[in-house]
Design a protein around this ligand. Structure first.
Ligand code: IMP
Length: 444
């Protein structure tokens, strides 16, 4: 049962793609199990930079299945663009498989998501505006359209018609509010998505996507079973991260799927006993894009330092990421939620040159209570003050280190303090974006 799950332990952008790429060496399949093209992986290989939003990072390994599982929401237009980009870069997509049960992102999902974000709805989450939330909502409402529907014109047309019907009222409301907002001078015209939705053109476009995607559509759960039953290693690659989890994250400032390890089973169609390892990926500091609580966020020259050195701008939307110190209260929570067996720490090199490294070890509530654990009530989290332990920084650049003994003692102390605090070994440390810029850390 050699299933290995890789998940983010913060608010995403921990560098999961790079670690997946690294651990994929002896795997036979890499499977995405949730999220959609709200994710963004950058992998640097032989000096070339590859960016993916939907296709699992494993695509660079021609000898492995690269699977988009049933739990993913697929924008077929984006997927075809990625396939085309890979073709141009001479990277084979012959091993790509897409679950016939995965749900599709439709133009009206993007429209509704964008409208919400432009405050035509009530609350701004700071979503990626890729239609993720509305697509998962339709799935739960049982009016979603699945990848398999692309292969049957009659069914596709019928389902789009039904889905559009249920959106008409929302779209009409949107037009009215849009006109009202325009009168008030905000937001500007070109920010608003086109709200003319036409059954015929959507159906035609999606049929043509289906035609082009057909060679990749498969029963991907069965594929996973075959690999696992033959004793071959399957990697389940999470997108986003624990604190963006729909159930366990900082709701409502979360994504609309479950990026924690338990969801790999649902989103790929395997059982819990198929999983025997869970790797959590943690950045050496914390970042977050979009709205929502972030107790250790900084607004000073140190956050500038992190942004500049860490190139903290979103792969998907280009938004500047909010930066702050590593939050061990939140990390301990994520470690337990995922029951991680090991951690990989990324971007430790970004912290080189800082005199002191702070890590949050507890929170204090507005009323003065000491909180050792991640608070279960959102209002408390919004008002906590983190309490830090100061650890000595390391002055020298570490991007050239490849062995544990090359790392400065202070860097090793930082790593040990964190792994001791959360009770899980940090087995691997990233010291730069390159495929080879890593240091394996031995136990003890
Ligand atoms: P959505 O997933 O587009 O609905 O956005 C919901 C929240 O999740 C927003 O705060 C996004 O910024 C955040 N989010 C979604 N995907 C990612 C990601 O891959 N990295 C970091 N944040 C993400």
């Amino acid at each position: 049962m050699p299933g290995l799950v890789i998940v983010g332990t913060q608010w995403g952008d921990e560098g999961k793609g790079k670690i997946t790429d690294l651990l994929a060496g002896d795997a036979s399949a890499i499977v995405r199990f949730q999220g959609g093209n709200n994710a963004g992986h950058t992998i640097v290989r032989h000096g070339e930079e590859y960016k993916f939003h939907l296709i699992p990072s494993g695509i660079l390994h021609a000898d492995k299945y690269c699977v988009i599982g049933n739990g993913v929401v697929v924008d077929p237009k984006v997927l075809l663009e990625e396939i085309e980009g890979l073709r141009k870069a001479d990277i084979s997509t012959a091993n790509l498989r897409i679950s016939s049960n995965a749900h599709l992102i439709m133009p009206y999902h993007i429209l509704l998501d964008t409208a919400d974000e432009l405050k035509l709805g009530k609350l701004s989450i700071g979503t990626t505006r890729r239609g993720i939330g509305p697509a998962y909502a339709d799935k739960a409402l049982r009016v979603g359209i699945r990848v398999q529907d692309l292969l049957d014109e009659k069914i596709l047309r019928k389902k789009i018609m039904a889905a559009l019907e249920s959106k008409q009222q929302a779209i009409r409301m949107l037009s009215v509010r849009r006109r009202k907002l325009q009168k008030e001078g905000e937001p500007s015209d070109d920010e608003l998505p086109d709200d003319r939705l036409d059954l015929h053109s959507i159906t035609e476009a999606y049929l043509s996507y289906g035609h082009r995607l057909e060679p990749y559509i498969a029963d991907t759960a069965k594929l996973c079973w075959a690999e696992l039953d033959a004793g071959r290693k399957v990697i389940f690659e999470g997108a986003q991260a624990a604190l963006l989890d729909l159930d366990h994250g900082t709701y409502p400032f979360v994504t609309s799927s479950n990026p924690i390890a338990g969801a790999a089973c649902v989103g790929a169609g395997v059982g819990p006993t198929d999983i025997d390892e869970v790797w959590g990926i943690v950045k050496a500091y914390t970042t977050r894009v979009g709205s929502g609580p972030f107790p250790t966020e900084l607004h000073d020259e140190i956050s500038e330092y992190m942004t500049e050195r860490g190139h903290e701008f979103g792969t998907t939307t280009g938004r500047r990421r909010r930066c702050g110190w590593l939050d061990l209260v939140a990390l301990k929570y994520a470690v337990r939620l995922n029951r991680t067996s090991a951690l990989a720490m990324t971007k430790l090199d970004v912290l080189a040159g800082l005199e002191t490294l702070k890590v949050a070890v507890r929170y204090r509530s507005r009323e003065g209570a000491v909180l050792e654990d991640f608070p279960y009530h959102q209002s408390i989290l919004h008002n906590v003050t983190p309490e830090y332990v100061d650890l000595p920084g390391f002055g020298d650049e570490i991007t050239g280190c490849r062995d544990q003994k090359d790392l400065p003692a202070e860097a090793l102390d930082y790593i040990r303090f964190i792994s001791d605090f959360v009770g899980v070994p940090i087995a691997l440390v990233g010291v730069g974006p390159g495929h080879d810029q890593n240091v394996w850390i031995s136990a003890g």
